[in-house]
Design a binder for this molecule. Sequence first.
Ligand code: ATP
Length: 726
Amino acid sequence: MPRMGGGQKSYSANSSDYKLLEEVGYGASATVYRAIYIPFNEVVAIKCLDLDRCNINLDDIRREAQTMSLIDHPNVIKAYCSFVVDHNLWVVMPFMAEGSCLHLMKIHYSDGFDEPAICSILKETLKALDYLHQQGHIHRDVKAGNILLDSNGVIKLADFGVSACMFETGDRRRARNTFVGTPCWMAPEVLQPESGYNFKADIWSFGITALELAHGHAPFSKFSPMKVLLMTIQHAPPGLDYDRDKKFSKLFKEMIAMCLVKDQTKRPTAEKLLKHSFFKNAKPPEHSVKHLFTDLPPLWQRVKAIQLKDAAQLALKKMPSAEQEALSQSEYQRGVSAWNFDIDDLKAQALLLRDDDDIQEAKDEDASNKTSTSNKEKDKHRSTWGESSTGGGVLLPLEGQENTNQDEFFSSDYLKGKGKIPGVIVEPSGQEKPIFKTNGISNDIVSPVIEKDRQAKIKAHTIRSRQTQSGPLVPNAVLGHSPPERGENENVAASEKPKIEVRKAPSFSGPLMLPNRASANSLSAPIKSSGGFRDTLDEKSKANLVQIKGRFSVTSENFDLVKDIPLTSFPRRSQGSPLRKSASVGEWVFEPKQAPTNPPIKEYGSTSLPASAIMPHLQNLLQQTTLQQELIASLLNSLQPNEADATQNGKLPPLPHGSEMNGTIAETSASHRERLLLIKVSELQARMMNLTYELTAEKLKYMQLQQQLNSLSNPEQNGEPREECA
Ligand SMILES: Nc1ncnc2c1ncn2[C@@H]1O[C@H](COP(=O)(O)OP(=O)(O)OP(=O)(O)O)[C@@H](O)[C@H]1O
């Protein structure tokens, strides 16, 4: 059955009436083609959604098609009609010859547009938002990729894949509890299901879009979606920097700051924002925007170029990174395209980001989740709507057009929640089946299949979280450029903070990049980059662990130096104390082992330096060794007198007079003294062992040096061939 399109035209639902031409766009859930509608010989755009591949249900699609067919505003894309062809949904709409702002930025304006162009684009977008909000819709996916341009400069807001009606239960503009959107553009309240959100979420996304158009990318866009979620909640809102973004006007900066306020109640409405002075001087888009694409090739060629560029970039990357990207993309698709956005699940995933080892595992899990969801959705589509029976496709029963008309839709019945509402599938039994998972406390309605799937995922994440240690997700340093939180914006829900702190503790998540200082000051094994507590002390050092005090850890290895350390690895400055000042922190650290910093002695032999240069050095070493030998000998000699002195100097308790004591006291005192003496003896023994070791090491060195000296002064004895005279 034909549909009424723009004006009085009607468009058929027969796919053979359309001739698909080039691909002009692709998103998370769809591919868009330029096409000819043969009966009128008119160029149109057809958005093809692969129902099998996409993690979306038919009700979502019905919602988008319904919204698109009901709307009537010059700045909002309208659907002429939509129908199912095989396993695809086709949505026919006007063709916007210059594509999206995102495409333009990708192909030619990687640093963003000029301010006059941005001003016009934003003003037109804001008009669209104002209209949608007035009509009771929240767009929920405002971004540069959804702002389309025509060659005459007309600007339209597109993609109602995630849009929602605010009248669902009759409360006009009531706060919603679903979690939908695109991470970088998502308002903080959308990420906190307990708070609910309303049309002001679009104003936040609008502010992010303004930044996107100004810089060529959205803030935080280089981070994984999961990280972006947490950054949006935990950090100050992004904005234009007053110094760095000098090329932009103060008014523009102010307007963005008004949108990006964390407290949704303090954000202006679209209507109010339109009155902001920034938009007062906006030029008509046909004057300020057309120059952006005058010299560019046709849209489809640009899209091809972007695809090739993306593919080349991906191929250039190392495989693990490419895998990461694929994973990130699939996470993004899962997160954005799915209506059931589970914040706990996402946070759990974010916590696991992202040890390389986990990537394949997570990818597999993701793939299997997607497959099962896709199959479930497929079944759902079939059971609810039936298969396409004709080659020409089946017309979707658009509620707005068949079950009710627009007036009816916005009539008091809908406002009171009595009418059929988007988000509800009417079962054959006549029962209304909710299709959204609402995360609100009072109205949690979760499909058992989804809930089971979610539980399984959480379980899997819990298991993985025990195996994985990751660092803090959002190192402060990353956001060092962020302006300080504006006072009025400091409204992260109090309940959020404890949650975040609690998360850190059980995961042992230390900084991903531990400060060098930590590893320099520790006696433990080198700290790996992914290291948390477990990695800091490897199994060997843990086994030897005696004590940890602050930054000092003493391992039993300290006491086994003589046994364990090969002589060649003994430090040259062994005569010094093993305690040294740490350069990085100015505190003393104990350094039992030290890698030799000088080349081994063998290397001196192979050097081409003349003997005269080496001789003084060797002689000096020899002298040092002799001195050390003498020193050690005198220390050894002094050990016995020291012990005697210790008793006399009162370091040990004096022996009590036997006549003054009864037997028990004398016994206790004697054993106490005995213990102290034993301690003293073992201390002296340890010192002696160390000194003996040093002596041995020095002797060896001395011998090697002597050998070296001999070979240098008398090469013949070393068996080196004598040079024959000619
Ligand atoms: N009517 C149109 N005319 C020309 N190009 C279009 C049209 N509609 C969409 N496109 C292009 O196709 C791209 C993808 O379209 P759309 O955003 O609807 O897909 P999607 O899968 O819903 O994307 P996402 O969910 O990632 O936002 C757009 O970014 C735009 O470049």
